[in-house]
Design a protein around this ligand. Sequence first.
Ligand code: ADP
Ligand code: GN1
Ligand code: MG
Length: 364
Amino acid sequence: MKNKLADVFGHFKCEGTFEEGAPFGSGHIHDTYRVTTTEADKPNYILQRINTNIFRDVEELQNNIFLVTSHIRKKLDAIPGSDPDRETLTIIPAKDGKLYYQDEEGSYWRVYLFIERHKSYDRVETPEQAYQGGRAIGRFERLIAGLDPTGIYEVLPGFHDMEVRLDNFYSVLEKDPVNRAAGVTEDIQFVLDRAEEMKTIKALGKAGKIPLRITHNDTKFNNVLLDENDKSLCVIDLDTVMPGYIHYDFGDAIRTTANSSFEDETDLSKVFVRLDLYEAFARGFMEEVRDELNDTEIDYLPFSARMLTFIIGLRFITDYLDGDNYFKIHHPNHNIDRARTQFKLVSSMEEHREEMERIIDQLR
Ligand code: ADP
Ligand code: GN1
Ligand code: MG
């Protein structure tokens, strides 16, 4: 593997000598490696083998990320004291000038500058971390707001479209290709009981009550990096930047930030919504974006936390029923464990619905 990674690395316009490449992070989609270079004064890098089962058009994918990061970098350059190399992703092109490299076996690779001195959390521990995450996501929304949407290719159409996700679920359930449905009837019922209510955001969009924006669409907390002092630093994982509603970003961030435990916690008694973390994230987020949002958008922020937790749970159970073809798993029940954690969190949010609404009202 070392030789393979070193060889791939050699095709990019990187500085320094390849020292080591090691698996890095806990993303569910790509194969991610941290590449360290021998020279102390040369940068380190992130090398990723792109998951082309999911991202079929790498040219368009990379082009999107280039547009987004160039736009953000231009804005950061105008802010005195900013550190663009750590506050946004930096794509390192291949030696032929392309934004990716395709190897002899057909795999696609890309390289980013490694963002040094960052901290990343799969579970948030303190309200201060949550607050900083809220600021990071809110700031990101403002930074990308001026991006020309016509330049952005819709990489994964229907990504947070509830009807599309439910249709996928129903069709996998009907086929039941690996005979898993009988073992998860309660979880299936959980989905069916909430399917209608969960279509609300799209309906508001159709009715013109909430505007389509450019959103990140994958704002789980480990896609936000904090700096060495736990202050907001950078939003990464820009694969899914596409037109969307603000609720997608707020909701998915709350799904992970305000979860008392890990995304795949199997002891469900440990899984509930932490209102202190919810309040802190929402406060940081609202400080950045309050003035941009209309009343209806704000009204539905609490609901969006339930909706995004539900839709990711729905995708986990769908993948489980389908035989685990989408998300990386580390054991056979991983996807159903993840789904159950999401559904437990949805239930907890249902129980705390009024408090969640009150907290947002206080931040208007
Ligand atoms: P996935 O889509 O599989 O989640 P990500 O692009 O989020 O892939 O990368 C996986 C992990 O690698 C991130 O959660 C983060 O820990 C780390 N990572 C990604 N890009 C960088 C970077 N430029 N600098 C430092 N760490 C990074
Ligand atoms: C994936 O790429 P990663 O691991 O940050 C997924 C998200 C899910 C998330 C669940 C492109 O995010 O949509 O919410 O897993 N990304 C894609 O943890 O499907
Ligand atoms: Mg990620």
